[in-house]
Design a protein around this ligand. Structure first.
Ligand code: PMP
Length: 364
């Protein structure tokens, strides 16, 4: 089993590397003081270090259910939530409980999901345009997609596209895994209606990684109660439950502070960074073609005739990292697309990094 190229890049990064590679949130925006304060409070209760329910703490499930009902316009109760150790764990939990012939993914798709599906030895197929989905998807399949600010290509489905996908799902009765990792990170603060809210045989994934802190490893699965009951055994088998302490910290944070206020800070900061990086591209690499993202953490674009895997490997020697799109395709096809993260570098590093890549390209 090959390791993910992104993990390899992250491992090779040192303090001198300018890395556009990972999907790391900006640590300066972590609510460090607030987390410290609520952690101390939580630690006054010895239950914070005790074993707890596999489905997750009831209070936290209630908080998440309220977020769905009030912010996602997706009526949800606490029995419909299962807390996971990062949303990455959701892939293992769901796919161990629901085995299917084939999993259908967007092309390109989230590399961590592709890695999880390959580790589970699933057959993977992909679709690019929605009209291809009609022919590709079968009843015996699972469909995995991101409706909002897709990783890597940052696109979101329109209302019309969501309805088309919902209709296709309804004719095939396949299982839907809808990953909402970036759903909160729209620059305009709006949250779109999840496809899952109109399709019952679905698992909607969420995470606090991009909006509070990834190191706490707290994510969740939202599904109808019957399906949550069906996947619980797989969660239990993996790790009994997600860290009680971390769940209590998140829960106390949500109770004490205003998440919406924190989200506003993140959205505004990321928007400015995205605009800055896009200007660097326009100035120094006008031949790199991309759409301005409306949310998320990446700029994804296309060179005319550059194999980005080759370029990424060569740039690594100059201590610059970005992700060549080959890794986002389940068949690892050659690609001239690439993904650049803008959330984690300083403005100066972004400028220096893009200038250096441009200079290198001019010489080849
Ligand atoms: N889904 C997507 C689309 C992601 O980009 C990520 C993280 N990069 C995850 C899931 C997993 O995140 P976590 O396990 O930290 O919740």
């Amino acid at each position: 089993m090959k390791r993910s190229y992104i993990r390899e890049i992250l491992d090779s990064i040192n303090e001198n590397t300018i890395s556009f590679a990972g999907g790391l949130p900006n640590k300066k925006l972590f609510p460090l003081k607030q987390i410290k304060q609520v952690s101390l409070k939580v630690l006054e209760n010895p239950d914070s270090l005790q074993y707890s329910q596999s489905q997750g703490l009831e209070k936290l499930r209630e908080e998440i259910a309220n977020i769905y009902t009030n912010k996602f316009n997706f009526k949800t109760n606490k029995e419909e939530i299962l807390i996971t150790t990062g949303s990455q764990q959701a892939f293992d939990i769901i796919l161990k409980a629901f085995t299917r012939d084939e999993i259908i993914v967007q092309s390109p798709s989230y590399v961590g999901a592709i890695g999880a599906f390959k580790a589970l030895k699933l057959k993977i197929n992909s679709f690019e345009k929605i009209n291809q989905l009609k022919n590709t998807l079968k009843q015996s399949n699972i469909l995995y997609l991101m409706s909002d600010f897709q990783n890597p290509n940052t696109r979101s489905y329109t209302k019309k596209e969501r309805i088309t996908i919902e209709q296709i799902l309804k004719t095939k009765s396949s299982i839907l895994i809808e990953d909402g990792a970036y759903s909160f990170l729209s620059f305009d603060g709006n949250i779109s209606q999840a496809i899952s809210s109109n399709y019952n045989n679905s698992f909607h994934l969420g995470t606090f990684s991009k909006i509070i802190a990834p190191g706490l490893r707290v994510g969740w699965i939202r599904a109808k109660k019957e399906n949550i009951q069906k996947i619980l055994f797989a969660k239990e088998a993996l790790d009994l439950h997600t860290s009680t302490l971390n769940q209590m910290i998140i829960c106390e944070y949500l109770n004490t502070y205003n998440l919406e206020k924190h989200l506003k800070i993140i959205r505004e900061d990321y928007y400015k960074r995205m605009i800055f990086l896009s200007k660097c591209f326009k100035k120094f690499m006008p031949y790199f073609n991309f759409e301005l993202p409306k949310g998320g953490m990446f700029i994804y674009g296309k060179f005319k005739n550059i194999d980005t895997m080759n370029l990424a490997k060569r740039m690594q020697k100059f201590n610059i990292a970005f992700v060549p799109a080959t890794v986002f395709y389940h068949d690892e096809r050659r690609s001239n697309e690439a993904r650049f993260n803008f959330t984690n570098l300083s403005y100066r590093q972004m400028l220096v990094g893009i200038k250096k890549i441009a200079k290198f390209i001019e010489k080849i």
